[in-house]
Design a protein around this ligand. Structure first.
Ligand SMILES: NC(=O)c1ccc[n+]([C@@H]2O[C@H](COP(=O)([O-])OP(=O)(O)OC[C@H]3O[C@@H](n4cnc5c(N)ncnc54)[C@H](O)[C@@H]3O)[C@@H](O)[C@H]2O)c1
Length: 293
């Protein structure tokens, strides 16, 4: 692991989190390979990324030359073999243990021995994900916050077999990328989601019970508790389908009834209301725009 991290690959870069993580990496100066199984998702994510930086230039937060340099550091692929040059692979694929383990197992055959694997899982065990990797000592949890392109926090979680060297390298990488690392144990939901998943489900149940309209619940939480974003607006940003996956991963481990997916959430997903990414969830949006653009 003595080779410095110069190239980072992001798996699931066509998704909500992967696209934001790729921005963090490229903006910090790393050559960034955006990988996804869905070509059209990569198209959309990179188009949104271009618009995000164009807006930054328009607002005077970035020089046009810097925007071009950052975009030039991003490449894209649907072929796992193209990740052979990566020093660090960050996966942000579906919240499913089997999918993540299979991905790391395949990557182990593609990437050189020094390559470190990181998982952006919100609820699953790093130790269990690492068990399929063939390099358990070089796997670590790096849980970015939504929207990754704007939030600095990263929960850094070692699995049982993660080496001290891997943990140190991961921590130093977070700082070099301009992020704020915080160490957590390999426990379901780490810090943020252990608190957030039950809370967000409570808010959905309040809508379902007719306590108040979504906009009024959000106004109450922002106005009364000082939160910058309302919980239902946050669920729309997370993605209602992702919230179901988080519940399905988190509930069986914790058996906390508040962590079970509320029926209204499932009905909305079945109806195609996925939040911002589909243009409609608890509120309506311009589906082509990335948060902050
Ligand atoms: N959405 C959030 O608020 C949030 C926040 C923090 C962490 N996370 C975590 O990030 C991960 C992704 O969540 P998301 O909301 O971005 O999901 P998403 O559904 O928006 O995106 C997932 C992407 O992964 C791709 N994918 C699926 N299987 C793949 C594979 N085998 N190889 C490559 N790409 C693959 C999909 O095509 C899709 O583009 C999950 O582990 C989730 O728990 C999500």
């Amino acid at each position: 692991m003595s080779k410095p991290i110069e190239t980072v690959a992001v798996c699931g870069a066509g998704g909500t989190m992967g696209a934001g993580i790729a921005i963090v990496c490229a903006r910090a100066g790393f050559r960034t390979i955006c990988h996804d199984v869905a070509d059209e998702s990569l198209d959309r994510a990179l188009r949104q990324t271009g618009n995000f930086f164009a807006k930054s230039v328009e607002r005077g937060k970035m020089q046009a030359a810097d925007k071009n340099a950052v975009m030039g550091r991003l490449s894209r692929t649907t072929a796992l073999a193209d990740l052979a040059d990566a020093d660090l692979v960050i996966e942000a694929v579906f919240e499913d243990l089997g999918v993540k383990r299979a991905l790391f197992g395949r990557l182990d055959k593609v990437c050189p021995a020094h390559t470190m694997f990181a998982s952006n899982t919100s609820t699953l065990s790093i130790t269990e994900i690492a068990a399929g990797s063939g390099r358990e000592d070089r796997v670590v949890g790096l849980h970015f916050c939504l929207p990754a392109q704007l939030m600095r926090l990263i929960e850094v979680s070692p699995g049982i077999n993660t080496s001290d060297a891997t943990l140190r390298t991961a921590w130093a990488w977070c700082e070099k990328a301009g992020q704020l690392p915080v160490r957590t144990q390999d426990k379901p939901g780490f810090i943020l989601n252990a608190l957030l998943i039950p809370f967000l489900n409570d808010c959905i149940r309040a809508v379902e019970a007719g306590v108040a309209a979504p906009a009024d619940i959000d106004t109450a939480i922002k106005g009364g508790l000082g939160y910058r974003m309302g919980p239902l607006e946050l669920i729309d940003l997370i993605g209602l389908d992702t919230q179901v996956r988080l519940c399905e991963a988190f509930y069986p481990i914790t058996l906390d009834p508040r962590a079970a997916a509320p029926p209204l959430l499932r009905r909305m997903v079945a109806a195609g209301l996925l939040g911002r990414k589909s243009g409609r969830g608890f509120f309506t949006y311009d589906a082509g725009k990335m948060f902050g653009a």
